[in-house]
Design a protein around this ligand. Sequence first.
Ligand SMILES: *Cc1c(COP(=O)(O)O)cnc(C)c1O
Length: 388
Amino acid sequence: MAEIAERLKKLPPYLFEEIDKAKQQAIQQGRPVIDLGVGDPDMPTPGFVVESLREAVKDPSNHKYPFNKGIASLRKEMAVWYKRRFGVELDPEKEILPLLGSKEGIAHIPLAFINPGDEVLVPDPGYPPYASGSMFSGAKVTFMPLVCENNFLPDLEAIAPASAAKCKLMHLNYPNNPTGAVCDKEFYRSVVSFAREHGIVVCSDAAYTEISYDGYVPPSFLEAEGAMEVGVEFHSLSKTFNMTGWRVGMAVGNADIIAALSKVKANVDSGIFTPVQVAAVEALKRSEEIKSSMSGVYQSRRDVLVKGLRSAGWDVPEIKASFYLWIPVLEGFTSVSMAKAMLEQADIIVTPGNGFGPSGEGYIRMALTVGEEKLEQAVDRVKKVFAR
Ligand SMILES: *Cc1c(COP(=O)(O)O)cnc(C)c1O
């Protein structure tokens, strides 16, 4: 057999596969594992969304290849939702493209813009497909470190002009995975002017805007003046509606960028199963209701875990959005040794921060994707073994 390509050899092992292996092993040994590792909601998709799929799947006309660009009613509802939620006007024909989950669009968009020698600006730590999608396209990845001293925002002024000149794309993600950080419109305005100056396409990943706490309302990149000229935003139904397995998301924003991504996709996939699109329309229609109940659940969990870990003497920052706690490791540990110790000594799975990029070293990520009772158990175990 032929050898696998250099581009695959260059990839770091996909983080969650490794964690999954360790977890499976622990479960096989019969240990009472609490998994705070993977960012996959534990709650089911709302019943009315499931019912809507059930009805739609009975119609044989929905069994054929779907429309590549998504059904008109879905693109329209996505536009209605963006207007209602962010006050952003979008043309459903030209400025909206449904995706097989936002990960797919994020991973594919470099194929639409990258030529040999080009670079992509990627947040570090960051969601893995920003870097892997860029590498697949042949781009050089230039990390933008997200550090606590700068509130986990990239320092745009620190980007070397020579590098900015070669950059074609920039990935951003607020509310942020893995740090739980948020940004304001002022930051987005500075991104717009940076992108204009250097001719960079901005890819804003807004997967967590609908999970927020204490009355905080995360903005969209597209709310910033001029954003529609320089970028697109990726959104997803996965986290908001507990629909990770359904594979439905969207790219919205600049019409030329959307057309370019659409051209790539027309050559690699054939759209989203129509009944899934029909159900997605229903989900978006009731987004406010779902959003407040989901955010309420995560907020209570956040309170349990933050309060509990602090009472164990840990330094745990508060979060205003997303369902991740980004926690500095205890003294004497690295990200990996801390994650290993927690699994071995407390049967708790967390994600080592360095798996999200070199600047993640020194942190672990905990996801609020288990119920309060389990979080309380986790806190008890931490207090027994890791109190400081
Ligand atoms: C979960 C997640 C997504 C959503 O991915 P889908 O492919 O839409 O399921 C996107 N970005 C980030 C940062 C995420 O954590």
